[in-house]
Every structure is written in C-alpha cells, then in structure tokens.
Write a protein that binds this ligand. Structure first.
Ligand code: ATP
Length: 320
C-alpha cells in the first residue's frame, strides 16, 4: 500500500488507448474449438478511450463512466462489475503486482460500444498500463502484451497501436512499419452488433452456399504496400472484410450507409470488424472533414479520424 506518514496517499494515472479499424479481415471456417482463424490488418485510429486509475485504500476494484464521455451512454449495456474488461484487466494486474492497492477506474468512452472498433479492448489495454504504473509493477511491454492476450484478441493491438497484421484468432500480432497517414470517416450506429452473432451469421451464410472456405494464411501484401505509401486509391481496391455481408444481413441499413458514403465522395467504404461502425476512406484530412459534415447533414453520426496512431500511453500521473 502507498502509505505516507501512516496515511494513504492516492495517485491517479491517466492512460489513453486507441480504437481500431480492420483494413482487411479474412475469416476462416468455424474451428472445432468454436473459434475462427483470421488474417487481418489492424489500423489504430485517432479515436481514443481514456482510463483514469486512482489508487484507493478499500482493496477493491470499482469502475465508473466519466461524464466527459462523448458517446451517448443512455441505454447502452456496459457492465460496471467484474464483467467489465477494464475491471478484468485490473484484476489480472492485482494478481501479478506485489504492491497493488484498491483501484477506481473512471472510463471516458469515445469508441462506439459493440461497434466493431474494440472499445472495451482499448479500456482493458489502458487499464493494464495504468495499473502497471500505479503499482510500480515494472512489467515490460512484452509481459503486458502477454496479459493483454488473456483478456481478449483485440487487447494486445490496442496496447501496441500503429498498424499490425493479426493471425490466429487475431492475437498473433506482427507490427508493420507504416508512417504514411490515411484518412477515414467513421459512421457510428445507434445500435450494436454482438460479435459472436455476426460470426454465427457468416457461418450460416457459408453453410447455405456449401462452398469450401479456406484457412486464411496471410494478408494480401498489396494492403500493406498501399498503407505504407499512403495511397488511398490503391488501398480502396484491396479493402476486404469477410464479416461485412453477415453484418449487413443482420443490419441491412449498413448497405445504405456504405452507398451514401460513396455517393458523397468516399473513395471506398468497409464495415469495421463485426460492425456496425462503417469506415469510409478519404483522400485527405480536409476531404474526410467535409464528408463527415455532409453525412451529419444526412442525420448520421460521423467523425473524421486518421491512422495509424500510437498505442496505449500514459498522459498524466498525479499524486492527489
Ligand atoms: P470487438 O470488436 O472487440 O468485439 P466491440 O468494439 O464490437 O468489440 P465493445 O465496445 O468492446 O465491442 O464491447 C462489446 C460488449 O462488451 C459490450 O456490449 C459490453 O456489454 C461488454 N463490455 C465489457 N467491458 C466493456 C467496456 N469497458 N466498454 C464497453 N463494453 C464493454
């Protein structure tokens, strides 16, 4: 415990961690263990979750949502107990840290919930880093990545950030050196799509077609080449998401969103991960801002972002 002259002195570590879009997502057949192998290119984008972790002398982990959250959280299902991914991350850190205390986690939500952008995973990644600092655990990035993989397939990527190829169930990550920026507009939906249901729908569509589905082994090198050169036109030709048709099957309005985006000037559009967030590719930051504004005039929730951005980072560390 963090005691100064017999009294507990609280400290707050604030960390931000990015959401992601899947620039490509190849999904293999259903495996006997119930998972699917994937080959994916993850891109961390400039929409961040923030977690403020404050040490407490209660010995407990508590979670709240910050009023500064930019999402409308009314009616949104985010458990604040041990089911919360940030809570789970703090519990893991408690187990591995010698000097753990109680901790209160205040989460500022900006990444759409159940939107296919790994918002909960970003909260978990931010919490791992915050608790590591708070309790001076001194874990290396590799050790944190190992703990992150225990929490979920998307957690290691939010810790890493940038651009990465994900194989296995998405957790076997290889960073890709991408310096060029690409510009996107995210169109968020006022509903969520549960990831397991989207995968089940894809399996059903594929079973109906009776075609052979191959195990994905690698990602198309053209995707990384287009990202490295920041060539949005080349990238537009190779964007792929095997889950997209399943997301559209569950939420047909996504087809209209993609169509509207393209008719308003997006170079290409893709459902992000399991959706329902749609990512529209633009030629420049100004084009993305203009497109987002046009989409807002059509009543949609749209936000211009860019990627790649850094992974989870400490933004402040304050003794209270
Ligand atoms: P993924 O693409 O990794 O499946 P997602 O971005 O589609 O994730 P999340 O917002 O991460 O979806 O959360 C999905 C569900 O997980 C939510 O509906 C919620 O019930 C639960 N959940 C647990 N912890 C959190 C958290 N910290 N933030 C948001 N949702 C959480």
């Amino acid at each position: 415990m963090n005691a100064v002259r017999g009294r507990f002195s609280a400290r707050t570590v604030r960390v931000k961690a990015p959401g992601k879009v899947n620039v490509s997502l190849d999904v293999g057949p259903l495996r006997p263990d119930g998972y699917h192998s994937v080959a994916s290119v993850f891109l961390a984008v400039s929409l961040y979750e923030e977690v403020a972790a404050t040490s407490t002398d209660t010995g407990e982990i508590t979670v709240s949502l910050s009023p500064a959250s930019t999402l409308d959280l009314d009616g949104v299902d985010i458990p604040l107990d041990e089911r919360n991914l940030a809570y789970k991350a703090a519990a893991i850190m408690t187990d591995v840290s010698e000097h753990s205390t109680g901790v209160h986690l205040e989460i500022t939500k900006r990444v759409p919930v159940a939107g296919g952008m790994g918002g909960g995973s970003a909260d978990a990644a931010a919490t791992l880093l915050a608790c590591d600092a708070l309790w001076n655990s001194g874990l290396s990035r590799d050790e944190l990545a190992h703990l992150a993989a225990e929490l979920g397939a998307d957690v290691p990527f939010s810790l890493l950030g940038g651009t990465a190829v994900g194989l296995g169930v998405g957790d076997e990550l290889s960073p890709a050196l991408v310096k060029a920026q690409t510009d996107w507009v995210l169109v968020t939906a006022d509903f969520g799509l549960p990831t397991p249901e989207v995968y089940r729908t894809l399996d059903r569509l594929r079973a109906d077609e009776r075609g052979a589905v191959e195990e994905p082994a690698a990602v198309d090198p053209m995707i990384l080449q287009a990202l490295r050169s920041g060539d949005a036109d080349a990238l537009s030709r190779v964007l792929v998401n095997d889950l997209q048709r399943a997301s559209i099957e569950l939420a047909p309005s996504l087809r209209d969103t993609l169509g509207l985006g393209e008719s308003l000037g997006a170079i290409a559009g893709i459902v992000s991960g399991s959706g329902p967030t749609v990512a529209l590719l633009s030629h420049s930051p100004a084009a993305a801002e203009g497109l987002a504004e046009d989409l807002r005039h059509h009543g949609l929730d749209a936000l211009a972002v860019h990627g790649p951005v850094h992974g989870a980072r400490i933004i402040s560390d304050t003794l209270l």
